[in-house]
Design a protein around this ligand. Structure first.
Ligand code: IPD
Length: 285
């Protein structure tokens, strides 16, 4: 058995097998996400629905159906694993060494509800809190992003490499805003200050794809506070395996970025971006 890294005792083929499985299941759920939308709104866009609650209903129906499909497939293929999903929560706490799947059936639900094509099914796998594999599948374009720990990240089979930019002042940085209005206001205020020190800003509306965008070098960096585990589980590994520096949420805030911060950036600007956030009052977030 060849260790993936110092702490990892799992054989490398485990991670790639999990990656393959995540891709297979996410692809199937991606097809279902489109089918649910077509079923509910026909040829129109969900944005044609008149009320916010009807749009929410579509999202809820799609989230539920897609997650149920993912849980069913994973349960059949890997009955000894546990699942944490946006809709169904955690079915059980993982025991040591047990694989836990982390599922966002539709990440980017606001985009989904408005007919914007930038949303995805995100499935990550971890054991003992360590990421092993991840897949992010875009239903509309069919693009498949994936990674296995120690084996790199790929987009439709092509290896991904994060940005090599070294000047934060030129960086295109993606971020997101929380659903909670108070937090959103503080995040917007921080962003306004940070925007002065970088090249440009993107708010794309799908955290998993923001992280994939970092993996591809489409954006140089990304940060967001207050994400759920399922928003970043797969994407963070994809960014990391593409060579990005990745900071995941954790119980401590030793680096002063906020305990629930996710940050991913090309290695040449990651420190600079973190410095900018700290200098502009990230602790107020
Ligand atoms: C949301 C998206 C969005 C991010 C929010 C997330 P959801 O996930 O990823 O980009 O800014 O913080 O909650 O609700 O569409 O699964």
């Amino acid at each position: 058995m060849e260790p993936v890294n110092d702490q990892d005792v799992r054989p490398p083929e485990d991670a790639t097998a999990l990656e393959k499985l995540a891709v297979e299941v996410a692809r199937e759920a991606a097809e279902l996400a489109l089918a649910v939308r077509d079923r509910v709104v026909g040829a129109g866009s969900v944005a044609d629905l008149e009320t916010k609650s009807s749009a929410t209903d579509v999202v809820t129906a799609a989230d539920r159906e897609c997650e149920a499909l993912v849980r069913e497939r994973l349960g059949a293929l890997r009955p000894d694993d546990v699942v944490l999903g946006e809709e169904g929560g955690a079915d059980a706490e993982p025991s040591p060494g047990q694989v836990r799947w982390i599922v966002d059936p539709i990440d980017g639900t606001v985009n989904y509800a408005h007919g914007l094509p930038w949303f995805a099914v995100s499935i990550g796998a971890e054991a003992d809190g360590r990421p092993l594999a991840g897949a992010v599948v875009e239903p509309v374009s069919g693009r498949v992003w994936s990674a296995a720990a120690g084996h790199g990240a790929q987009l439709d089979g092509r290896a991904l490499r994060a940005s090599a930019l070294t000047r934060p002042a030129l960086a295109v940085v993606a971020t997101g805003l929380n659903y909670d209005p108070e937090r959103r206001r503080r995040q917007a205020a921080l962003l306004a200050r940070v925007a002065d020190g970088i090249g440009d800003v993107r708010r794309q509306g799908c955290a998993s794809l923001d992280l994939c965008s970092v993996a591809a070098g489409w954006v140089d960096g990304y940060y967001e506070h207050g994400l759920h585990h399922w928003d970043w589980a797969a994407g963070a590994l994809i960014a990391e395996e593409a060579g990005a520096v990745v900071r995941r949420p954790g119980p401590a805030d030793a680096d002063g970025l906020g305990a629930d911060a996710v940050l991913a950036a090309g290695p040449g600007i990651a420190d600079g971006l973190a410095d900018l956030l700290r200098a502009h009052g990230v602790h107020e977030i």
